[in-house]
Design a protein around this ligand. Structure first.
Ligand SMILES: *Cc1c(COP(=O)(O)O)cnc(C)c1O
Length: 444
């Protein structure tokens, strides 16, 4: 089993807590996260970096799983935050992350977001274009402040990950082209509202190979050294996130090797470092529990129709991602496995969690865990098909708590408003007729 989940007395559990107990109490679908698993990851990476004698701040990439309880737990353990919007900034602050440990990234910050970052006294803005730099300079000067800035450079290195999550090649929208970085850095240094402090690099997500990291880190280290030698006061380097996890049979790097690589490639610069892991911190520490609604034997395939869907976890649909799917009750070792498609109820053929997956025999009512759902799961969910967002549960030691309840339909409907004229305009199309009457007449 993956991450902090294991079978205990035949029942899939997080520590002493059987997941079936949570499913019974809260209903399905439901996300379950292990706080112990998440904090263990934080300790692992912080420890690995410390052993390499690197002065480093681990700024958790909030977008991977932005729940306040998770960001709060990490903040209490000492982590900083990497945020990409005003909403994430607010979350990080609410979770107790000090402004001085917050990095604000993203290619499209609005002026309001820049202002919010300045007011929060964040550690740095990772600036991704000259145009952004010019606006940030003005926003900061309007407030009588200087914006602390790291320029995000695009090292043109292929992270060899899924096309939708590769960010460090010249084809991607991210970062400042390596060849332009020197000029933009000098501009940043001259702008009175900008305090150029460092460089940043982030080449993609779900990296399972250290080699692209090595190339990117070496390139950015060389640029850093050159710019510093030319007189720019660079004093911090942000190496981004992206460490992969094993969804299927990938062999992601050991965090000790990753830390060693960082020490070897940028350690000689002697500056404080920032790391922005997201997925690696929380991905394995979450599962999505779902119940089998029906078993359907089609002409060519056998389907398990489950009560979770692509609106809850879009990764299989969006990235063709593999997620392990396991029964909450440990199957007999000799149980005959048959290939099934595990699908959700949504009216899209893309609403599929697994195709031709070998699973032990399952019946309606049985419970399954979709593994490695702690990152880019709930946070990418929607209410498509007017489905209610899945609740979220956090397990810590022998305790568990619902950290986000399933809303009811009335609450969601109350967010929508029908202006009076919307229905009047429709009626007006057929003079003097009720819409239903006109419809029935057209049909006759
Ligand atoms: C998404 C993102 C991260 C986190 O990526 P993971 O693959 O989840 O570690 C870190 N930094 C930046 C700039 C990002 O956009």
């Amino acid at each position: 089993m993956r991450g902090p989940f294991a079978y205990r007395e035949g029942r899939l559990s997080a520590g002493p807590v059987a997941l079936a107990e949570i499913a019974a109490a809260v209903g399905t679908p439901v996300f379950v996260y292990s706080a112990d698993g998440i904090l263990a990851r934080y300790r692992d990476i912080a420890g690995a970096l410390a052993r390499e004698r690197l002065e480093a701040t681990v700024c958790y990439a909030v977008k991977a799983n932005p729940h306040l309880a998770i960001v709060s737990a990490l903040a209490a353990a000492g982590a900083g935050a990497d945020v990409v919007s005003a909403g994430e900034l607010l979350r990080a602050r609410r979770a107790g992350v000090p402004g001085g440990r917050i990095v604000f990234a993203g290619v499209g910050k609005t002026e309001a977001e820049m202002a919010a970052g300045l007011e929060a006294g964040i550690l740095q803005f990772n600036v991704e274009s000259e145009a952004e730099l010019v606006i940030l300079d003005r926003v900061a000067r309007d407030k009588g402040l200087q914006a602390p800035v790291a320029l995000r450079v695009n090292p043109d290195v292929d992270a060899r990950t899924h096309a939708k999550i590769t960010t460090g090649t010249s084809e991607n929208k991210f970062g400042i082209d390596h060849a332009q970085a020197g000029r933009v850095a000098r501009l940043a240094h001259e702008l009175p509202g900008i305090d150029l402090q460092g460089l940043a690099v982030h080449i993609g997500s779900q990296l399972v190979d250290l080699a692209p990291y090595g190339l990117a880190f070496e390139k950015v280290a060389q640029l850093f050294a050159e710019l510093r030698a030319s007189g720019l006061p660079l004093r911090r380097l942000d190496l981004g996130g992206g460490i992969g996890i094993s969804y299927r049979d990938e062999r992601p790097p050991e965090v000790a090797d990753y830390a060693r690589l960082a020490a070897r490639t940028v350690g000689h610069l002697g500056v404080p470092l920032i790391f922005e892991p997201g997925r690696w911190m929380v991905g394995d520490a979450g599962v999505l529990l779902t119940r089998v609604l029906f078993v359907k034997q089609g002409a060519a395939k056998r389907f398990l129709i489950v009560d979770a869907a692509m609106n809850d976890l879009i990764r299989p649909t969006l990235y063709d991602a593999w997620h392990d799917i396991v029964p909450l009750e440990r199957p007999e070792p000799e149980a005959p496995g048959g290939p099934v498609d595990v699908v959700g109820p949504i009216c899209e053929s893309g609403d599929i969690f697994a195709a031709d997956r070998a699973l032990p025999p399952m019946a309606a009512g049985d419970l399954l865990a979709i593994c490695s759902a702690g990152a880019y799961g709930a946070t990418m969910s929607s209410t498509y098909n007017s489905r209610l967002p899945a609740p979220e549960v956090l397990v810590g030691g022998a305790d568990w708590a619902v950290i986000k309840a399933r809303p009811d339909h009335a609450t969601l409907l109350a967010q929508e408003w029908v202006p009076r004229w919307a229905t009047q305009a429709f009626r007006g199309e057929v003079e003097g007729e009720e819409p239903q009457a006109s419809g029935s007449r057209a049909a006759s």
